[in-house]
Design a protein around this ligand. Structure first.
Ligand code: 3HC
Length: 697
């Protein structure tokens, strides 16, 4: 019993210490222990006040997210909160760390709250597609007012101790030990003898629903365009807390919590939360010791190199940017500076911070200036001979133990590693553009890469605020292989009769920020063209080949950078317009291929794109190029802009059912056997009644 909630009495104060590492999540068992401890304190004649505190680095950070998919067992967190609130002895919560979700609700149900000055407090349930479900939507408005409570719960963002005190969320702040400060507060409450147990029922007498209606109305107007369910439900709950008797309002909240919990959106958001943390758990990281990285060399100051430099500087690292001539170097350094200047102009960064970041940046024309760096990342042209040349130069100058990283999208890192004298120090670090913004970092592990170097790659990802995902050496790694399958499905549909604009619209509705043809325009159609030409000689003749992309490139319609691609961009505008000449070109290409166009509805477009992605994902898993399905989902969410509430293609496949995906693939098979042939894994999963979820461990 002591394991999850310890009980000690100090001078008439019962100290209940939550102990459930790493974040003291309020699991079922912790909830049961807490109720028992509160009852023990209540019936203990030696006790005059109760202090709730937590061991380790934080007060509970919420209910246990990992239990949410399982059966609901009593006691649930609302019962714990109600039991604390109903305690006949004063209950004080002493807070430290990240007091979030159910943890904060536990504190709100206590009669007094004191927090360490560094404490962060929040109700982030909305980020998991949930409403606070343990009285938060009742107690917050009654404690801090409706308008603030709504913005607090709808943003999900934590606040600091001073602001929390100003808003009435906590009673006091301590700069010292939180346990000692809590005990001090408990003694003060005992000695003052003035404890009046405030309950929600009493607070209800203070409510003024009419005055609060406008706050509710405003909040509704702000979320009217949101496709998410939880924000609306949070507002409903706050409104209910003003209008209904306490008991009914609590049950309203609990029902809303249950509805959200059962929703696909919440399942996807919780999947992403867990998948983000799972991605870093890879065998090499568990075995390896990360190397210290403070100084980084970046070779190439183009868009990618500059973006990586910004990301490294944001992560507090020193950067030397190397270019081959002074003009290119100047341009590269200016690109980096421009990113920071924009951030200052938009007030996302202070000039002082910008200065500090730029002070850690230097430029050089000599590879030999990289002799002391811990990591060198090449970002030069995507051509094998050029990369090999750069690697040879690095091999000659880098100190022993330095890491050589290739930022390639496609090239074979095993082959690259074989060209240097220290293949164990070679790794692929595939950043996504813009590298200072996109959160994905594919950590590409070659055959010879040492565990320490892999562990260093993942540690670096964390330091840069990115999600590192392990990928094996395969043409396009995870992201570009899935992207290729997705684009092929989209291109086939366009060649068969859909317009690129319809496909883009359907895939935006599906949850991508941009449709596949908008993506082409942004990246540049010439990039895929070069790639197609690179593999032309080895292309499988059985693979269907669409021609309109080549025709567009031959006409110089490379996308946004030249003002026209699938869309027209007037005067460099970021938003493009549909272009009839593109539709005409596609119609011509169709005619040349003797294809009779047919109609596609949005549902079919989405199903074809999804099943192509899932099939390629299954192939990546079969060949162990991806470690787990949720890693593939993270690549699509953090590298390709799929909204979090969709969870990722593999998660959606589980929601739809593998049988359905497999049947769709077989149905599409008549068009083109090559991309649609179901991966063997899908057949065996169907037979075993399995989903991808079971492989996420
Ligand atoms: N339940 C279960 N496990 C949790 C958890 C939770 N609520 N919060 C964090 N963890 C686990 C993580 O999965 C991770 O596990 P691992 O070591 O096995 O990978 C470990 O705790 C550490 O987490 P992080 O890697 O995220 O560590 P950080 O120090 O970077 O961040 C944190 C800590 C700020 C607490 C962050 O984990 C976080 O934001 N957690 C989620 C908080 C949250 O959403 N709470 C609300 C839950 S819903 C709820 O309470 C419903 C209620 O209203 C009824």
């Amino acid at each position: 019993m002591n394991r999850f909630a310890k009980y000690n009495v100090h001078d008439n104060v019962a100290v209940i210490t939550v102990n459930n590492p790493p974040v003291n999540a309020l699991s079922q068992v912790v909830c049961a222990r807490l109720i028992a401890r509160v009852e023990q304190a209540e019936s203990d004649p030696a006790v005059r006040a109760v202090l709730i505190h937590a061991q380790g680095h934080t007060f509970p950070a919420g209910a246990d997210v990992k239990e949410f998919g399982g059966p609901k067992l009593a006691p649930v967190l609302p019962m714990v909160c109600d039991r604390i609130e109903a305690c006949i002895k004063p209950v004080i919560a002493t807070l430290h760390g990240t007091v979030l979700g159910g943890g904060l609700e536990l504190a709100l149900a206590s009669h007094y709250r004191i927090a360490h000055v560094d404490t962060k407090m929040g109700l982030p349930e909305v980020n998991l597609g949930l409403v606070p479900g343990a009285g938060g939507t009742l107690r917050m408005p009654h404690l801090c007012g409706v308008a603030f409570a709504l913005s607090f719960m709808l943003s999900g963002k934590p606040i600091g101790a001073y602001f929390a005190k100003k808003r009435g969320l906590i009673d006091d702040i301590t700069k010292g030990n939180s346990l000692a400060a809590g005990l001090g507060m408990a003694r003060d409450v005992i000695s003052s003898g003035t404890h009046v147990r405030r309950t929600l029922a009493q607070d209800q007498a203070l409510r003024d629903p009419i005055a609060n209606l406008s706050a509710i109305k405003q909040a509704r107007a702000a979320v009217v365009t949101s496709v998410l369910m939880a924000p609306d439900k949070i507002i409903d709950c706050v409104e209910a807390s003003l209008l209904l008797p306490v008991k009914a309002a609590k049950s309203f909240e609990w029902t809303a919590f249950g509805d959200c919990l059962a929703s696909k959106q919440s399942a996807a958001l919780r999947h992403v939360f867990i998948a983000e943390r799972l991605a870093g758990k890879v065998p090499e990281v568990e075995r390896g010791n990360p190397r210290e990285i403070s100084n980084v060399g970046i070779i190439g100051g183009g868009t990618m190199g500059a973006g990586i430099a910004v990301s490294m500087l944001d992560g507090g690292l020193n950067v030397i940017l190397v270019e081959r001539d002074s003009d290119s170097l100047e341009a590269g350094l200016s690109r980096v500076t421009a990113v920071f200047e924009r951030a200052v102009a938009q007030k996302r960064l202070t000039p002082k911070v910008m200065e500090a970041r730029l002070a850690a940046l230097s430029g050089s024309l000599q590879m030999s200036d990289l002799s002391e760096v811990d990591l060198a990342v090449e970002t030069v042209t995507e051509e094998r001979t050029i990369k090999e040349e750069v690697f040879a130069q690095l091999d000659a100058v880098l100190k022993q133990g330095a890491i050589l990283a290739a930022n390639t999208s496609y090239l074979d890192i095993d082959e690259l590693a074989a060209t240097v004298s220290r293949p164990a120090d070679v790794i692929g670090l595939h950043f996504f553009s813009p590298a200072n913004i996109m959160k994905l970092l594919e950590v590409v592990v070659a055959d010879a890469t040492s565990d320490d170097v892999v562990a260093s790659g993942f540690k670096l990802a964390k330091r840069l605020g990115k999600i590192g995902v392990r990928a094996g050496v395969t043409d396009g790694f995870i992201g570009n292989r899935i992207l290729k399958a997705y684009r092929l499905a989209a291109e086939y549909m366009v060649e068969d009769g859909a317009s690129p604009y319809q496909v883009d619209g359907a895939m935006r509705d599906f949850g991508f920020g941009l449709g596949p043809f908008q993506g082409y325009d942004l990246a540049g159609l010439d990039i895929a063209w070069v790639q197609r030409k690179r593999v032309a000689a080895s292309r499988d003749p059985a693979l269907r080949y669409t021609r309109f992309g080549d025709k567009m490139c031959e006409a110089g319609w490379f996308g946004h950078k030249v003002g026209r691609g699938f869309y027209r961009y007037v005067d460099g505008a970021s938003k493009g317009h549909e272009d009839q000449t593109v539709l005409d070109l596609i119609a011509d290409a169709r005619m040349n291929q003797r294809i009779r166009p047919r109609e596609f509805d949005d549902d079919e477009i989405q199903r074809r794109c999804l099943s192509a992605m899932v099939n390629e994902g299954a192939r990546l898993l079969e060949s162990a190029m991806a470690l787990r399905p949720s890693d593939i989902d993270m690549v699509m969410v953090h590298g390709f802009g799929l909204v979090r509430w969709r969870g990722g293609p593999m998660h959606i496949a589980d929601q739809i059912g593998i049988l359905q995906i497999r049947n769709d693939l077989q149905r599409f098979d008549s068009d083109d056997t090559h991309i649609w042939r179901p991966a063997e894994m899908l057949n065996s999963m169907t037979l075993n009644g399995q989903g991808f979820g079971v492989l996420n461990s």
